[in-house]
Design a protein around this ligand. Structure first.
Ligand code: PMP
Length: 358
């Protein structure tokens, strides 16, 4: 019956975007959806992406065939190295399971289903884990996990009084959460606050997650955007993977922002097992593949081929790293300008700057 289909209000962010497009004023500025713009306020196709597109389209095997269910292996393997580092112990010790996803959102969605089905305690296999999200967080996080039937809870993060990280509150929430909870961590460029823990704070957070028997789930949507450096922006992930911890780790990796291919939906899920276990590795891969098969059959190929070419061709990789510096530098400059203007206008509030750019 139609009475069950009630009309919802537009999505806050995409609704704002639609209103922006319709607004006839010429002096409007779009501060909504987080997509990079060049000095003319236009979307920017990265030079590395242009080069890769030319290479791909001129290659003799250029086609639009289906990818395998788990995606393009050259892409997922290279993507893992981007986030974990070329010399990651997890790769060397064969503790990594990777699969391609529909960008970061699709990665989170696959992971939510995987956690629901397989992150169980032997004591109570019926119970479902709670996903702890920072307060505040990207609004879609709550919706994605609820959609899979998982409950979310908030952990303290932003302390409005001091305009800094509420580390004590964060650590207390980790301690108080039921064993076997999941803590979603923004790998870098926390959305929406822009405030990331410092290395010493990350170590305390990860230690507490491990000591209390929880699982860290990294959402990496902005690697390269904070500092311009891929390794600096994956510091927390690499500490979790290479440090002395016992937990398994999940990573949801998006290439929407850092290659500027928002609409092509390029992403990956990485599961890092605490120790080498070939049978478990294969089992996890098969179950992740089954989720992909049921949801989307196989992931989109075009963007994955472009990113794979960038990551696997040394000159293109070098160009991409330059592109990341171009974008992160401009973002930093814009933030400084905005802050200076707010101060100049005598806007109420304390207009401090934290971190380097964020
Ligand atoms: N996580 C965070 C924190 C984000 O800000 C975003 C994009 N706004 C995403 C994930 C997912 O982005 P996408 O699906 O476009 O990769």
């Amino acid at each position: 019956s139609s009475k069950y289909i009630t009309q919802l209000p537009p999505d806050p962010l995409f609704g704002l975007k639609a209103r922006y497009v319709e607004d006839p004023r010429t002096d409007k500025i779009d501060l909504g959806i987080g997509a990079y713009r060049d000095n003319n306020g236009k979307p920017w196709i990265l030079p590395s992406v242009r080069l890769a597109e030319n290479l791909l389209q001129n290659s003799k095997d250029y086609n639009h065939e289906y990818l395998p269910i788990s995606g393009l292996k050259q892409f997922t393997q290279a993507a893992a190295k981007v986030i974990l580092g070329d010399d990651s112990k997890a790769i060397k010790e064969d503790r990594l399971v990777s699969i391609q996803s529909l960008s970061g959102t699709g990665a989170l969605h696959v992971v939510s289903r995987f956690l629901k089905d397989f992150y169980k305690s032997d004591a109570d296999p019926e119970s479902l884990p709670t996903i702890y999200l920072s307060q505040p967080t990207w609004a879609n996080h709550i919706q994605i996990f609820n959609f899979s039937g998982l409950k979310t809870a908030a952990y303290p993060y932003w302390d409005n009084a001091t305009k800094s990280l509420d580390l004590d509150g964060f650590l207390k929430a980790i301690k108080d959460a039921p064993t076997g909870s999941v803590f979603l961590l923004h790998a870098t460029a926390h959305n929406p606050t822009g405030l990331d823990p410092k290395p010493e704070q990350w170590k305390k957070i990860l230690r507490a997650i491990d000591d209390n028997g929880h699982l860290p789930l990294f959402d990496s949507a902005y690697q390269g955007f904070s500092s311009g450096s891929l390794s600096k922006d994956s510091w927390a992930v690499r500490e979790a993977v290479d440090g002395d911890y016992k937990f398994p780790i999940l990573i949801c990796q998006s290439f929407a922002k850092n290659v500027g291919m928002y609409g092509e939906r390029v992403g990956a899920v990485h599961l890092i097992l605490p120790e080498h276990d070939e049978a478990l590795n294969k089992a996890a891969f098969s179950q992740l593949s089954k989720i992909i098969r049921a949801e989307i059959s196989n992931p989109p190929s075009y963007g994955a081929k472009i990113v794979s070419l960038i990551l696997n061709t040394p000159e293109l990789k070098k160009q991409w790293e330059q592109d990341l510096i171009t974008m992160s530098t401009r973002i930093g400059q814009m933030r400084l300008k905005l802050r200076d203007e707010l101060v100049k206008l005598g806007t109420p509030g304390t207009w401090c700057l934290f971190g380097w750019f964020w």
